[in-house]
Design a protein around this ligand. Sequence first.
Ligand code: FES
Length: 87
Amino acid sequence: AFDVVCATSGVRVSVPPGRTILEIVREAGVPALSSCEEGVCGTCETRVIEGTPEHRDFLLTDEERAAGEVMMICCSRSRDPELVLDL
Ligand code: FES
């Protein structure tokens, strides 16, 4: 599990294995857009303020993955114990 801090909403959630960031933040009442929920459309792209994403989408370029400034929250996870997102 890892924690996600939603900087705009002021909400902190824990994302367990087998659940997505998208599902968990929505359950906490944080609005988040999505469409495909499979990492191919880009609708859920979210800015990363702190922490290193573990990218599992099929959309970002290698450069964008390495930069780690955005992530697809419908499928990607965290390499760090905590991610701070612009949500
Ligand atoms: Fe399509 Fe996340 S909802 S990439």
